[in-house]
Design a protein around this ligand. Sequence first.
Ligand code: NI
Length: 189
Amino acid sequence: MRAFGSLDGGGAEPYLSAMAIREILTAPDPRLREKSRPVETVDDGVRALMDDMLETMYKAPGIGLAAIQVGVPLRIVVMDLAGEGEDKKPMFFVNPTVSDQSEESSLYEEGCLSVPEFFEEVERPSRCRVSFLDYHGRPQVLEAEGLLATCIQHEMDHLEGVLFIDRLSRLKRERILKRIKKEQRLAAE
Ligand code: NI
């Protein structure tokens, strides 16, 4: 997910230097429609992927990234909701599941690194519980609300091949896709 108005590039810290920036797929790339499969073991390979995803997300910049957005169909999400000027707070979710979504919903202006430059209000449950494995493969449970709840639910959608524009009206979605295609055409010229 991309935060509205976020301009901080980040990602230049020396401790990130061993990681690699990966290419972020953009709509309408069909790979973004794939359903991701569970991770069997959180091993060094999975951790290396998460490190790359984090660096790629910071560089973009974004606040959440699912593995399928870098072309890897595994149920992995990285996020960092720290505000500008705050210390980084990376979060890693392997095989996340969401439960106990509140009936109460909230509207948040969402963006997505795979749908660059578009921001639209999306309605989602305000609160939810997230169960997942952390960076070390340990089971964790998190009660999420506010931006955290919005972001994790946005990223969970990616694991099912769903983009936030799918939650908009058909008219809005088609308008956005048309403009993306036009920009991709111009960029290719
Ligand atoms: Ni996204």
